[in-house]
Design a protein around this ligand. Structure first.
Ligand SMILES: N[C@@H](CCC(=O)N[C@@H](CS)C(=O)NCC(=O)O)C(=O)O
Length: 206
């Protein structure tokens, strides 16, 4: 790809990291533009009108085309590469894990991390405080399901790294910031180390 690819992002976000990780593993260069979500920089009229009407990062930009949603952006970068299985069933299975990540994993593990480690007790609303226990239980269930899946496999899909591993690799790296103890999930911990050893891999806080 010769065209400049710009990532609109917030550095600590795991959703943004997934895209940086995909690019790093594939040797794709990304330009980066940062927004402070704690200061509402993705909610300004200008951002909503010109970058993403949904008021969130990440957004991948190529020329005047804009692609929100982390997993769609990863797929754009990786289609036709070793990170997307050639086998039709495995490709669908990869998507299954990426959809699962967005519905069962990220809304619990990432949200709790954001509330506890970034928003902090003073800025948390009553409604958010009331959801902490539920998110901790649901995030623990998601990590347990991953742990059971990985107990007998090296990768989420087939026998090689795919976008499913990328998508699920972000938030477990920092799950302890959300109060999750990774020691309880040994297969997830081993898989995190294994993915971290992939050539080109960068940690979330690089
Ligand atoms: N489903 C979206 C989630 C995007 C998202 O929730 N982004 C958060 C940061 S990780 C955000 O921009 N929050 C700022 C806000 O909601 O104002 C994706 O996967 O990209």
């Amino acid at each position: 790809m010769t065209q400049t690819i710009l990532l609109h992002e917030y550095g600590p976000s795991g959703n943004c990291y997934k895209i940086r990780l995909t690019a790093a593993l594939l040797g794709i260069r990304l330009e980066r533009r940062s927004y402070d979500i704690l200061r509402g920089e993705t909610r300004t009229p200008e951002f909503l009108a010109t970058i993403n009407p949904n008021g969130r990062i990440p957004v991948l930009q190529l020329g005047d085309r804009l692609l929100p949603e982390s997993n769609a952006a990863c797929f754009y970068l990786a289609e036709g590469t070793r990170l997307v299985p050639e086998d039709r069933w495995e490709r669908a299975d990869m998507l299954r894990w990426m959809f699962w990540e967005q519905y069962h994993h990220e809304p619990n593990i990432a949200t709790l991390r954001f509330w506890l480690a970034y928003l902090g007790a003073e800025r948390m609303s009553e409604a958010q405080r009331a959801q902490i226990d539920g998110k901790r239980a649901a995030g623990g269930a998601a990590l347990r399901l991953m742990d059971e899946h990985l107990a007998s496999r090296r990768y989420f899909v087939g026998d090689r790294l795919s976008l499913a591993d990328n998508a699920l690799n972000a938030y477990p790296q920092v799950a302890e910031e959300g109060g999750f103890d990774l020691a309880a999930f040994p297969a997830v911990s081993a898989w995190l180390h294994q993915v971290a050893a992939e050539p080109g891999h960068q940690p979330i806080d690089a």
